[in-house]
Design a protein around this ligand. Structure first.
Ligand code: HEM
Ligand code: HEM
Length: 190
């Protein structure tokens, strides 16, 4: 028998999200870190730079609305469906965290836009143009929007950090290859 003619053994294919899902996941991560980080530091700045950073938060926030809309559309209608892993409790926790993150991000984006309008500050994209602001909110609603945006911002940061820790736990403790599913820049079937 001639071993040289035998095909090389191949590793079983690793289930991976499609390229768009992976790209959108990491783009959203960068946006969330930037939006949250900017809000954490502007309080320590003098008024001028603080106002500029807030305007930047809003401009990137408006871009984030577009990215998030795409992400949600892709998740609902286009993404590759991967086999679920873990026992029933783990699957439930994963579904809760992932869907919870999507819902919180959407609410955060909508409330952010409404809050800016309620503040009667320009809803502008990098100073290039400003969206018309037709809605009028009273003072109480404005305060409520502010509180929701603030507390939800912290909640998103905590849940996302726990989610990231869980991913690292899979990677380095369980070593079950879960991170591979969301890893950028390796070959994918889509
Ligand atoms: C995941 C996305 C986002 C996160 C984590 C986030 C987080 C935050 C946080 C923590 C604050 C500070 C709240 C405070 O201390 O009072 C803030 C303020 C604000 N955010 Fe966001 N935000 C996000 C998206 C957006 C979006 C999409 C918009 C609108 C386009 C927006 C508009 C605003 C406005 C207008 C403020 C108030 C600025 C001021 O004090 O005048 N945010 N955000
Ligand atoms: C702002 C931070 C983050 C947010 C908002 C976020 C959000 C999400 C969401 C919503 C999913 C579900 C994807 C789907 O099924 O449609 C997901 C999956 C995933 N994320 Fe994140 N993520 C964040 C940060 C991270 C970080 C830092 C890591 C790695 C250390 C990570 C690793 C993963 C992995 C491996 C999956 C796939 C899990 C699976 O297939 O069950 N994420 N993420």
């Amino acid at each position: 028998m001639n071993d040289a003619k035998q095909p090389l053994p191949t590793l079983p294919p690793v289930a991976r999200y499609d390229r768009i899902t992976i790209a959108l996941h990491w783009i959203v991560v960068v946006f969330v870190i930037g939006l949250y980080g900017s809000a954490l530091i502007w309080d320590s700045l003098p008024r001028g730079p603080r106002k500029s950073l807030e305007a930047l938060h809003v401009s990137f926030g408006l871009l984030f609305v577009v990215v998030l809309a795409w992400r949600v559309y892709w998740r609902l209608f286009r993404r590759a469906h991967l086999p679920e892993i873990g026992n029933v409790a783990q699957r439930l926790a994963t579904a809760l965290v992932h869907n919870g993150l999507y819902i919180m991000l959407v609410v955060q984006a909508v409330v952010g836009v409404c809050w800016r309008i309620a503040q009667q500050e320009p809803l502008a994209l990098f100073g290039l143009f400003a969206f018309p602001e037709p809605l009028i909110f009273d003072k109480a609603t404005r305060r409520l929007l502010g509180s929701i945006h603030e507390y939800l911002g912290h909640t998103i940061a905590i849940v996302a950090a726990l989610h990231a820790l869980a991913a690292l736990y899979h990677q380095y403790v369980l070593k079950d290859g879960l991170m591979q599913r969301m890893r950028p820049m390796s070959r994918s079937r889509h």
